[in-house]
Ligand binder design. Structure first.
Ligand code: LLP
Length: 421
């Protein structure tokens, strides 16, 4: 459930008409719903309320500081994968002890920054990283709280570009080598083992791969405890899929995911951390865009929008499906037309939907990309020198620009010309 609904024939975000935002801020623009973000976070908190837990929002999905602050106020911790994300979380007011640091290639500078400024746990993904962290922490006279990310060799049955739990990927330490890695961790100065971490991929629409991975984590935890390690926390990652309207996928509910966690690892008495991103932010955001032109091509019609692949790259990168709906509701019997929905970027791949049947639209009409709150603005770029897309947050009948559109001058001023030119 989300808070983007038609009222009297116009699309609203909570109690604000999207047309009003388009008018005030211009398009393209991302619009998030405060109530939907909170609701989705709450679903995870409820799903895990059978035991001690912390829901850490995956900042990579939507890193705007305002979004992080509202989630943090509602009790979320943060899962970060870079110093930039760690700084965003801190700027949003999240204390270090609620920030988990993940990622396959953390630099020594990033590790130092997190240790100095506060971190709940560092999810280590390789033996060399463990040694680097040990050296950094020991030099600072600190002990780094560590979980080792294990690769359970589970097929998450999702898009290959976002599957991380198979043994051929770069992620984690193979489960078969995990006990050895923990032995190494226990022997190194500056390292304090606190838990086990796993994350098998994203947009997973079936509970079975999660259960398989969590069972492996449970077995491993028992083995590690028998080896004398104190395993107090399990970080079970994110990855729960969302219903992308029109995609036909029906993912499990957070409640069922939470029950699967309880079934598989509940008996271990560990504190459970999870790192959902997409499910919290995805359906809490839309990308609003305006139709620039309707162009008749050779045997196909193009709806050319003012949003491009630089603003929302998911269709180009993952063949992702995003529902694209008119801001003005079309009556059920309104004529429909088949469009290729495209952006203005000079690439054939700048296409949001091919052969999509939708209500007839005309120049100047507004459309909304649904399910765009996660990995939308966060993955946007300035390709084609299109200034970074702005973001707006709605709360009931109020809205605020939470990232403004940079001016052309600001964009260009970051470049510098060397003295010899
Ligand atoms: N934890 C870790 C360690 C991750 O790598 C990820 C996502 C998450 C948590 C959050 O997963 P989520 O709950 O959002 O599925 N750009 C792609 C998705 C990449 C996901 C990368 N890792 C997309 O637009 O589909």
């Amino acid at each position: 459930m989300d808070h983007f609904v038609y009222r009297a024939g116009r699309l609203w975000a909570e109690d604000v008409p999207l047309a009003e935002i388009a008018e005030a801020v211009g398009t393209p623009v991302y619009v998030y719903s405060d109530a939907t973000l909170r609701r989705h976070l709450g679903l995870f908190q409820e799903a895990l309320d059978w035991g001690p837990h912390l829901v850490c929002f995956a900042v990579k999905a939507c890193g705007n500081v305002a979004v992080l602050r509202l989630l943090a106020e509602a009790g979320a911790g943060m899962d970060v994968v870079s110093e930039g994300e760690w700084r965003r979380a801190r700027a949003a007011g999240v204390p270090g002890e609620r920030i988990v640091f993940s990622g396959v290639g953390k630099t020594r500078a990033e590790l130092r920054c997190a240790l100095a400024g506060g971190v709940r746990q560092i999810n280590v993904e390789s033996e060399p990283e463990l040694r680097a962290l040990s050296a950094v922490a020991a030099a600072m006279g600190l002990e780094a709280p560590v979980a080792i990310r294990v690769n359970p060799d589970v097929d998450a049955r999702t898009h290959p570009k976002i599957a991380t739990g198979l043994s051929g990927t770069k992620f984690g330490i193979p489960a078969a080598r995990a006990r050895e890695a923990y032995r190494l961790a226990a022997s190194l100065p500056g390292i304090r083992v606190v838990g086990v971490d796993v994350h098998i991929g994203s947009q997973i629409t079936d509970l079975a791969p999660f259960e398989a991975a969590f069972r492996r984590v449970a077995e491993l935890t028992e083995a590690l405890r028998a080896d004398g390690h104190r395993i107090e926390r399990l970080d079970l990652g994110g990855g729960l899929g969302i219903p992308y309207a029109g995609s036909g996928e029906v993912p499990p509910l957070p409640r069922d995911w939470g029950a699967a966690i309880r079934r598989t690892v509940g008996h271990l008495g560990c504190e459970v951390t999870v790192e959902p991103g997409r499910l919290i932010a995805g359906n809490a955001g839309v990308l609003l865009s305006r139709v620039l032109y309707v162009k008749e091509g050779e045997g196909r019609d193009f709806l050319i929008l003012d949003a491009g692949m630089n603003d929302l790259v998911r269709p180009a990168l993952y063949d992702a499906h995003h529902d694209i709906v008119p801001e003005t509701e079309a009556p059920p019997d309104a004529p429909r037309r088949v469009f290729d929905v495209v952006g203005p970027v000079c690439e054939t791949g700048d296409i949001f939907a091919r052969g999509r049947e939708m209500p007839v639209l005309a120049e100047g009409d507004l459309v909304a990309f649904r399910s765009a709150g996660a990995y939308g603005a966060a993955m946007a770029s300035e390709y084609n020198s299109r200034p970074l897309v702005p973001e707006v947050l709605v709360r009931r009948d109020q809205f605020a620009v939470i990232r403004r559109r940079p001016t052309f001058d600001e964009m260009i001023a970051r470049d510098s010309v060397p003295p010899w030119l």
